[in-house]
Design a protein around this ligand. Structure first.
Ligand code: ADP
Ligand code: ZN
Ligand code: ZN
Length: 733
């Protein structure tokens, strides 16, 4: 112990390896890995995390600096947490320090500041209780707060229940506080509301029993269940089992805002055991949840991607809902895949992991084929709903009206007339993907990208969705001065306009990022759709997932053809998943649903299979195609990206890389594709190039990478480009 006094400290940032320090001078230092230290760094100080202690350093002891102070005396991360993070750092070839700091809530990545002990709730004072609300009739907002609190004597959450529900500004609450009518308070934990569990149907029961039998060891399951088949119900039963064993459960979901019902059902059944982590939370909230899990004060965590790293010392089950969803892959910096991490985590922990989907990724289906995962099937919808029927509308010769075919308009009309709801899906926001000049052919090219700027008519903007560049919509053609500027193609805004013209008597909601950018507006719109007061709905992928709209009987998918011929080999898989996801919103209650897909390629074999025989048949053909082309999941890939302001540097760097790493022993087992320009060569003013590396086996690829990554920084142009490594890339952008 005496001699092991050199601290190996990991730091956030791009630097690989550890930094050596001596312990701080004062007493009471505990050198347990997983504790944070403040250390001198350059001319300032930083926060680092202790990985290990050692007696050796490559720096002479006389030159080692002392850490300034110890920030935690009990480790924030346990050896098991560090083990998972080390695995992830190795696998994704990302610096360990950066991986560790990624897993910490923002507040813990910096030096501690005095935190205010904020009181989350508000209740009435005695004066407030005695007050007749009508005396506040000239301050209606204040009055509504008093009325709400008089109905809830134990208090209400200030932020959520009061401010959001009543659309208050902080000033309203402040003036009530100043008048001594209300006071901050701690709220008691929410009581368990009873939402009775469903009696499972035989398939659900089989799935639950299968997993239940082996809760004590690692096993991966693919819960392959059509939309509405009761997957969530299976999760609920399994999590209840895990809670009964006093253990913790982690549930990953693609996006919290888009799966309000899953969250609600867990909260209803398990009340205060349930905590939620997602990017919309304030830093303080995230930190609170993180500690609650780490200290086992709460036991069910529902979270998005990065929640997979939350310390849960008594983890007994991991669930990954919609396992095929692209949002599980982080697309910048530390490019991990949360589903794949969750598998390793379950394995290291020795607990089951359940991957649920109606449209499993081909990777997961391959793992079933190879007997690495066990498949559980829910082939039918739970309750009494039947599966929607899918049909294609051929739009090759039709006269489209703002993207809508006459056939579709007719079906919409019928649906609306019978008092049912219709939902249209178009994954493109804005008015039109571009404007063109009729006189000279000018187009709204983005000045910084190889892409067009989208016309946002309501905001009078041209807006590049790739780099964020915005400019005012031009009144006349900037090139020839002609006023004859016309939109090409359509986005949700334009479809909304056409629908309004066509069905003026039916209320209509548009749900996309533009229409829901104000806080709370998405919830409000969804509520209205749920209540049935809005029969017509147009939206982007924000309406594709998770929602249960009981009265929707017609779902129309306006344009997914690019999925059939996309540059990315995963394009058709994504298209199929999206179609079925959207289709899954139809006919979820008693009335059967119909799904109409507009296409210019009704004869395409993948489209035919998908609509006539379903996802399993589609997936089988898609798998055969991948196998013949030797693409994932039959091969393993890593993508090296480089970008720079100078147009020639990225390819130059990748050429140097190829040459500089060819002597590595494993290179012979790999295929190198490129360097080539990226599919969108210029983005945000920078030129981009790719080098794709592929192998039939994982091992040589990883061995090569782990040696090559040491060489990259030494290449002549390494500092002149921005380079990154993407292991198992999901998008070739
Ligand atoms: P999924 O997660 O597969 O989309 P859900 O669990 O949300 O499916 O179930 C779809 C609907 O069916 C929900 O309204 C749910 O309450 C209901 N449901 C699920 N299981 C049962 C069951 N065994 N009996 C009756 N209704 C069920
Ligand atoms: Zn012009
Ligand atoms: Zn751009």
């Amino acid at each position: 112990m005496e001699s092991d006094t050199i601290l190996k400290i990991a730091l956030a940032g791009p630097l690989r390896g550890y930094f050596d320090y001596l312990p701080p001078e004062h007493d009471g230092i505990t050198l347990t890995p997983g504790c944070r230290f403040e250390i001198p760094f350059g001319r300032s100080s930083r926060v680092g995390i202790l990985i290990s202690t050692s007696s050796k350093s490559s720096v002479p002891t006389s030159k080692l600096k002392r850490a300034l102070s110890q920030l935690d005396h009990t480790p924030l991360l346990q050896p098991s947490d560090l083990r998972l993070l080390k695995w992830a750092a190795d696998y994704y070839e990302h610096p360990l320090g950066d991986v560790i700091f990624h897993a910490l809530p923002l507040n813990l990545r910096k030096k501690p500041t005095a935190t205010k002990t904020s009181q989350p709730g508000l209740r009435l004072t005695q004066a407030g209780e005695a007050l007749d609300p009508d005396t506040l009739s000239r301050a209606p907002k204040q009055r509504s707060v008093i009325v709400a609190l008089q109905q809830h004597p134990q208090g209400l959450l200030a932020k959520r229940r009061l401010m959001q529900n009543h659309e208050l500004s902080p000033a309203v609450l402040r003036s009530l506080l100043d008048k001594g009518l209300i006071t901050p308070c701690e709220l008691p934990p929410q009581p368990l509301t009873s939402d009775a569990a469903h009696q499972l149907n035989p398939q659900q029961q089989l799935a639950v029993d299968t997993v239940r039998k082996e809760l004590d060891g690692f096993q991966a399951y693919l819960l392959n269940g059509v939309t509405g088949s009761g997957k969530t119900e299976v999760y609920l039963h399994l999590v209840a089992d895990v809670l009964a064993q006093e253990r913790q459960a982690l549930i990953l979901v693609p996006e919290i805002g888009l799966t309000p019902q899953l969250l609600q059902r867990f909260q209803q059944r398990m009340g205060h055991e349930v905590a939620v982590l997602h990017s919309g939370l304030a830093d303080g909230e995230r930190e609170k949840v993180w500690h609650a899990m780490r200290q086992m004060r709460q036991r069910v965590l529902i979270g998005t991607r990065s929640a997979v790293f939350t310390p849960m010392p008594n983890l007994g089950l991991i669930i990954v809902d919609e396992e095929h969803d692209l949002s599980y892959k982080q697309q910048e910096g530390f490019r991990y895949h949360a589903r794949d991490i969750s598998l390793v985590r379950a394995q290291q922990t020795g607990c089951p992991v359940v991957l649920g989907s109606a449209t499993p990724s081909l990777e997961s289906l391959r793992n079933v084929q190879e007997s690495r995962y066990r498949q559980l099937d829910l082939p039918k919808r739970a309750a009494n709903a039947s599966m929607p029927s899918l049909s294609l509308i051929d739009i090759r010769n039709g006269h489209l009206k703002g993207g809508l075919s006459p056939a579709l308009l007719k079906h919409l009309e019928q649906t609306l007339q019978t008092g049912e709801q219709a939902m249209l899906f178009l994954n493109r926001r804005g008015y039109a993907p571009m404007l063109t000049c009729h006189a000279c052919g000018w187009l709204t090219d983005c000045p910084r990208c190889d892409a067009r700027m989208t016309h946002h008519r309501q905001q009078r903007l041209l807006w590049c969705h790739h780099c964020g560049h915005q400019q005012k919509e031009p009144a006349v053609c900037p090139s020839c001065g002609s006023p004859d500027l016309v939109p090409v193609g359509q986005g949700t805004e334009r479809v909304e306009e056409v629908l309004q013209q066509h069905f003026p008597n039916y209320p209509l909601a548009r749900i996309d990022r533009d229409s829901t950018s104000r806080k709370g507006s998405l919830e409000k719109l969804l509520k209205q759709v749920h209540s049935g007061s809005i029969p017509l709905l147009i939206g982007t992928q924000m309406i594709a997932k998770g929602h249960h709209f009981p009265a929707v009987t017609l779902v129309a998918i306006l344009d997914v053809d690019q999925g059939l011929f996309g540059a990315d080999f995963r394009a058709s898989e994504r298209m199929a998943q999206l179609i079925l996801q959207v289709a899954g919103r139809a006919g979820r209650a008693e009335r059967p649903g119909r799904v109409m897909i507009q296409t210019r390629h009704p004869d395409h074999p993948l489209m035919q299979l998908l609509t006539q025989q379903g996802y399993a048949a589609f997936a089988e053909l898609a798998m055969q195609e991948r196998q013949m082309a030797m693409l994932p999941p039959y091969a393993h890939q890593a993508l090296i990206r480089a970008e720079a302001n100078r147009t020639d540097y990225p390819e130059l760097f990748l050429k140097q890389l190829l040459e500089g790493c060819q002597h590595i022993q494993y290179a012979a087992a790999l295929e190198f594709w490129g360097p080539v320009p990226a599919p969108m060569e210029r983005r945000a003013g920078r030129t981009r190039a790719h080098l794709l590396i592929q192998s039939n086996q994982r091992l040589p690829l990883h061995r090569w990478l782990s040696q090559a990554i040491e060489i990259f920084p030494t290449l002549p142009h390494a500092r002149k480009v921005r380079w990154s490594v993407d292991v198992d890339p999901q998008e070739m952008l």
